[in-house]
Write a protein that binds this ligand. Structure first.
Ligand code: XMP
Length: 335
């Protein structure tokens, strides 16, 4: 247990002592860890920090704008936004294998980040939002045998750049990182968001990734998330929960929730006409550690509303299904 203002001033002092007058680069992903790291480092050294935000075109609806508003506009952080959508889509064209897609997205991400940060020749430090569980996980690599999926994060930079690593969150657990983020002025909803995979919508569009699919999926997903946030959580009798800890809405009551794009067309009717359009699957899970998970028993009225809204508002989708598979044997993501 620690006192937040004291913690922040200590962390700020430590960063200042570490980097002195040097310039620092940070890869901003929009995720909690890199965002909190950016806010903390900016508090410590202001304009000596430059963030590079690579938009791979596989982010959620308005995410790029949200990141720019939050950091560049509200906090006054120097952020370079790279619109790499066309480049990513180009490399993903024709690729259907999930692991191959992950590899391409991971590789391109590092490539774009390296090119951009290579332009910041005066930088001496590379900052990363590494948190304590990441440190533990990488220390244990190899012991667990086969990795099920290759998770990617921003990789290192070429040795020739000789950047030193700045990792101010290395000793913190996720809940501490979140509290720190709120104390640094990041919006509560941003800091308490569900996790989002590095390859983004790339693993939520089954098979080949296309911009057209990503655009449809983003809109369906945003409707689902909006309704989860707007629907009060219902207390289910008999559930052993602490009243104080009771989630306020269904977004808080689930650990991860999202829409998945299925490139399958099915027949529907609209007015006098017949439609032949794509399917969206909704996935919502509850879990402690993401290693095992239950599908969330969302209220039928909520599911019905989300389905109606998606079908009415997202032209191109005429069928919505709900995923009722647990992990194991299913995984949380569909790819
Ligand atoms: P699965 O689908 O394996 O997901 O049950 C477990 C958790 O990991 C996230 N996930 C990823 N995160 N890169 C990431 O950064 C990835 O390639 C990746 N694949 C899955 C997933 O969203 C869930 O939280």
């Amino acid at each position: 247990d620690w006192n937040m203002p004291d913690y922040i001033s200590e962390a700020v002092e430590k960063i200042r002592a570490q980097v002195g007058k040097d310039e620092v680069i940070l890869g901003l992903s929009g995720g909690v860890d890199s965002s909190v790291a950016a806010a903390l480092i900016h508090r410590a050294i202001g304009d000596q920090l430059t963030c590079v935000f690579v938009d791979h075109g596989l982010l959620r609806l308005d995410e790029g704008k949200m990141v720019m508003d939050m950091f560049a506009k509200n906090l006054g952080v120097k952020v370079i936004r790279i619109d790499a959508e066309a480049q990513f889509m180009g490399h993903l064209a024709g690729v259907t294998d999930p692991e191959q897609k992950r590899k391409i997205i991971g590789r391109e991400f590092v490539e774009v980040f390296q090119v951009e940060s290579g332009k910041l020749t005066s930088a001496k430090w590379l900052a990363q939002g590494t948190i304590y569980p990441d440190v533990i996980e990488s220390a244990g690599k190899g012991k667990k045998g086969q990795t099920i999926k290759s998770h990617h994060n921003v990789g290192g930079l070429p040795d020739t750049m000789k950047l030193q690593l700045l990792e101010p969150l290395r000793e913190l657990f996720k809940d501490e990182v979140r509290k720190l983020g709120v104390a640094l002025g990041l919006p509560h909803d941003m800091v308490y968001r569900h996790p989002f995979p590095g390859p983004g919508l790339g693993v939520r569009i089954l098979g080949e990734v296309k911009k057209e699919y990503a655009d449809l999926l983003r809109r369906a997903d945003a409707i689902f998330i909006e309704e989860l946030r707007n629907t009060p959580y219902e207390f289910v009798t008999g559930q052993a929960v602490d009243e104080e800890q009771l989630p306020k809405n269904w977004y808080e009551a689930t650990s991860q929730a999202f829409a998945v794009f299925l490139p399958v067309k099915s027949v529907g009717v609209m007015g006098d006409g017949r439609t032949y359009e794509y399917v969206v699957a909704l996935r919502a899970v509850q879990t402690q550690d993401f290693m095992t998970a239950h599908w969330a028993h969302l209220p039928h009225a909520l599911l019905g509303k989300v389905s109606n809204r998606i079908i009415n508002e997202v032209r191109g989708i005429n069928r919505v299904v709900y995923d009722i598979s647990g992990k194991p044997p299913a995984t949380i993501e569909w790819e």
